[in-house]
Design a protein around this ligand. Structure first.
Ligand SMILES: NC(=O)C1=CN([C@@H]2O[C@H](COP(=O)(O)OP(=O)(O)OC[C@H]3O[C@@H](n4cnc5c(N)ncnc54)[C@H](OP(=O)(O)O)[C@@H]3O)[C@@H](O)[C@H]2O)C=CC1
Ligand SMILES: N[C@@H](CC(=O)OP(=O)(O)O)C(=O)O
Length: 347
């Protein structure tokens, strides 16, 4: 394999949005990825980034982006980028991401459009490249609420065997709806007990992520035998989705609390094993205090890359672990990093 040259140039689509802004903050200090081009809607094209964006982060716009102009989301404008991160509105992500894939880019997306594509799986990227006889591919992040849920579920299954029933009720932050999102008169002093499409996504994506690979040509196999029931609500919190979870194990009675705490604390995720720069040091933070986790106190813990759990109420930062952190989690170890990035066309 040819020598990789670092930093690798990357592009961010939807760079002005809620997720796009997080991408730019994370990538500004990334050890071997550098933002080379950014894209957004025709409304923003041609403007310097600070003019185009309604910046909502608590830290200032990183210097590197202050003179960067927003491009149209067309492959030609991203020549020189090895990897594309997408925080595009799902209404437009489908066609745009496909155009980038067809132009040979490695696309890592947060939009829902290709989550059900059979070959949407990091483990079958090489297969996808061979089948299509092209280097480009699309891999998607899961729904943000689902992401928070599956981490502790995976930890519990690793320790106690299969789960057959999951009941979850979410209290989701308003940033999950993008910008400007839910009107203030709907959400202030209120709870909205419905988020369009979210419950279906949580049910299906949980069964996908906790499932397995069928084989490298058909992609994933769902956990069809698992019963998942989700109720999703929107609450007046800016960032951080809280989820109240109950589970039942298929082959055993409920383990005691001390064993559950130990299993959650001991869990390590793949990004930790691979040494990704934005991986958490502790994948699941188990709280002792009865009144934790709380969004305001716990969402920025480990730069938003961990899931916080206390008496199986969990908190996941929807825009970090739920979106930008996970998509940009490339491995730190040179060997792992080079093999993953070579699939992305880096050389
Ligand atoms: N917010 C969250 O917690 C999560 C979001 N997601 C998903 O990530 C994606 C981004 O979400 P979010 O950041 O919240 O959304 P926002 O609404 O905040 O941002 C959308 C982005 O898409 C761009 N865009 C809109 N229309 C077009 C167009 N016609 N051509 C090119 N670009 C366009 C916007 O550019 P402009 O500013 O110029 O209009 C903006 O940069 C969505 O698919 C969402 O479902 C996934 C997980 C979590
Ligand atoms: N639906 C999530 C955010 C989101 O955009 O999810 P998805 O990428 O699955 O459409 C929320 O409202 O909090």
């Amino acid at each position: 394999m040819a020598q990789q040259i670092y930093p690798l140039n990357v592009g961010v689509l939807g760079a002005t949005g809620t997720v796009g802004q997080r991408f730019l903050v994370l990538l500004a200090s990334h050890p071997y990825l550098r933002v080379h081009a950014i894209g957004a809607s025709p409304r923003s094209v041609g403007l310097a980034y600070p003019k185009a964006v309604k910046w909502k982060q608590t830290t200032p716009i990183p210097k590197a982006y202050r003179d960067l102009n927003v491009s149209a989301c067309e492959p030609g404008a991203f020549a020189g980028c090895k990897i594309i991160f997408s925080g595009l509105d799902a209404d437009v992500a489908g066609d745009i991401e496909l155009a980038f894939r067809d132009a040979g880019f490695a696309v890592f997306s947060n939009a829902k459009n290709y989550r059900r594509a059979p070959l949407d799986h990091l483990a079958v990227v090489r297969q996808q490249q061979q089948e299509l006889k092209k280097p480009g591919f699309i891999v998607t992040n899961a729904n943000c609420s689902t992401t928070g849920l599956v981490v502790p579920l995976a930890a519990l299954e690793r320790a106690f065997g299969p789960i057959d029933t999951v009941l979850v009720t979410t209290l989701q932050a308003i940033s999950g709806a993008g910008y400007p999102g839910v009107p203030s008169l709907d959400i202030m002093d209120n709870v909205v007990p419905f988020i369009g499409g979210e419950e279906e996504k949580m049910v299906w994506e949980t069964k996908k992520i906790l499932g397995s690979l069928a084989d490298t040509s058909t992609g994933f196999a769902l956990r069809d035998e698992m019963r998942v029931s989700a109720t999703c609500t929107r609450v007046p919190v800016i960032d951080g989705h809280t989820e109240c979870v109950s589970v039942r194990f298929a082959r055993r009675r409920a383990p005691d609390i001390a064993a559950v705490r130990a299993a959650l604390s001991a869990y390590t995720c793949d990004t930790q094993t691979l040494g990704c720069p934005s991986a958490p040091t502790q994948a699941i933070e188990v709280h002792d205090a009865e009144d934790r986790p709380q969004p305001r106190l716990d969402r920025e813990s480990q730069a938003g890359a961990a899931v916080s759990v206390g008496h199986f109420v969990l908190l996941v930062n929807n825009v970090c672990l739920g979106a930008a952190t996970r998509a940009s989690s490339t491995p730190r170890s040179p060997a792992h990093r080079d093999s993953l990035l070579s699939a992305s066309g880096g050389e």
